[in-house]
Design a protein around this ligand. Structure first.
Ligand SMILES: C[S@@+](CC[C@H](N)C(=O)[O-])C[C@H]1O[C@@H](n2cnc3c(N)ncnc32)[C@H](O)[C@@H]1O
Length: 397
């Protein structure tokens, strides 16, 4: 039975929150201040009609918005969107007792996402519908870079051959790189070779196993060309990588020796090495090998020492942390163990990049308790219209 409700606030997944008979109901695509007609099932509300729209409601630009689970925030205007994403970063910091000024909110959507995972089945491919296991069959996705315009068609062709699986697409200098994940056990890799050739893929891999390499996928980073290992991390947009790297370089300043921890294939290390000696560590061994190779082939860089190392179990100790500056860019779990060592070391400056505001707040709190001052913080929005956000900050003591 539909009910009318007033939206009081926004949840961290971008859903409007209403009080219905004293209980919180989460309503995707509804905005604070709006009166709405909704269906409810426990905590879940489904928006049937906006009776009185909020002033910051915007017309979604994608015709699939609301059905597709890929985007959550296209119904907000630019100011409301920036305010929501800023809150994602600032609120956990405030809860940790850190009152910060955000120096910049940088929109870094660039030409679109160069990485995306599509779900494929025998009869279609696309993103999952919101709150569902149903697939929305896609013919196009406007948030991808033009070089991935064919991704839905490629996913449909691979899905028809493989059955249900995830397909990780990356636009690289050599063309489209596809990694098949969560595939049925019975899939025969060699049977996919003619199809991958016909589709003109640069590379096709199944898990960590190469199926076909027509051209080595690579990406440009600063003055270097880095061969992309199967499955290694890459920032979602090239523009965000550049914005983050520019921030890191400016924050590192005149430091002569730098540790780049959780370095991946080296977007910061390769740029930092134009002026500083760099120790670069990551648990992804092929990523470190790719970084080493790129560094060897780039003229004029200072020394980069690449190490495959698990920084959760084996963080650099206070005795090893003999650097002018440490750069951290951990996965969503954060850098707790490494930050604990930094706290008791003599490192004077830390530049932290993070994709999870909650673990970032936890790690920032630990640094501040160890005497660091949070000097500067920027928010970088590379995940357009989703509830993900990136933060970069400088700590000094
Ligand atoms: C957010 S990515 C950042 C990579 C790189 N800085 C970039 O911008 O492309 C996080 C990196 O942490 C690495 N990683 C994950 N768990 C790790 C661990 N336990 N020890 C060391 N590195 C880890 C991943 O391999 C990945 O390269």
């Amino acid at each position: 039975m539909p009910v009318t409700a007033h939206i009081e606030s926004l949840g961290h997944k971008g859903e409007g929150i209403a009080l219905v008979e004293g209980k919180r109901v989460f309503v995707p695509f509804a905005l604070p201040g709006e009166d709405v007609l909704i269906d409810t099932a426990g905590e879940r509300g489904t928006l049937l009609e906006v009776l009185a729209p909020a002033p910051n409601r915007a017309e979604p630009f994608c015709p699939r918005f609301g059905r597709c689970g890929g985007c959550q925030l296209q119904h907000m205007d630019a100011a409301g969107y920036a305010q929501f994403k800023t809150g994602l970063v600032v609120n956990p910091l405030r809860q940790a007792g850190l009152d910060v000024q955000v120096s910049r909110f940088v929109t870094a959507h660039g030409a679109g996402r160069r990485r995306a995972t599509l779900h494929a089945r025998r009869d279609g491919a696309g993103y999952m519908r919101l709150r569902s296991h149903d697939l929305l069959d896609l013919d196009a996705c406007p948030i991808l870079v033009p070089a991935l315009a064919r991704a839905p068609d490629i996913a449909r062709a691979l899905g028809a051959a493989i059955g249900e699986c995830d397909l990780a697409f990356t636009a690289t200098n050599a063309g489209i790189d596809v990694g098949i994940r969560k595939a049925p056990r019975a899939v025969r890799a060699e049977a996919l070779v003619p199809l991958a050739n016909r589709l003109g893929l640069a590379r096709l891999a199944l898990g960590n196993e190469m199926i076909l390499l027509r051209q080595q996928p690579s990406v440009s980073m600063g003055r270097s060309e880095v061969e992309l290992p199967i499955g290694s991390f890459l920032q979602a947009t090239a523009e965000a990588e550049q914005v983050l790297a520019d921030y890191v370089i400016a924050a590192v300043g005149k430091a002569k020796s730098v540790a780049d921890l959780f370095c991946g294939i080296g977007p910061f290390a390769l740029r930092l090495a134009e002026t500083a000696r760099v120790y670069a560590a990551d648990s992804d061994r092929p990523a470190i090998a790719a970084l080493d190779k790129a560094a060897r082939h780039t003229k004029g860089l200072k020394a980069i020492t690449g190490k495959a190392r698990d920084l959760f179990r084996d963080p650099l100790t206070r005795f090893e942390l003999d650097f002018d500056c440490v750069v951290l860019d951990p996965p969503r779990a954060g850098a707790e163990a490494q930050v604990r060592e930094i706290a008791v070391s003599k490192v004077p400056r830390v530049v932290m990049v993070a994709c999870d505001p909650k673990t970032f707040a936890r790690d920032a709190e630990q640094l501040v308790q160890a005497g660091f001052i949070l000097r500067d913080l920027i928010i970088v929005d590379q995940f357009a219209w989703s509830t993900h956000i990136e933060v970069a900050a400088t700590f000094e003591r």
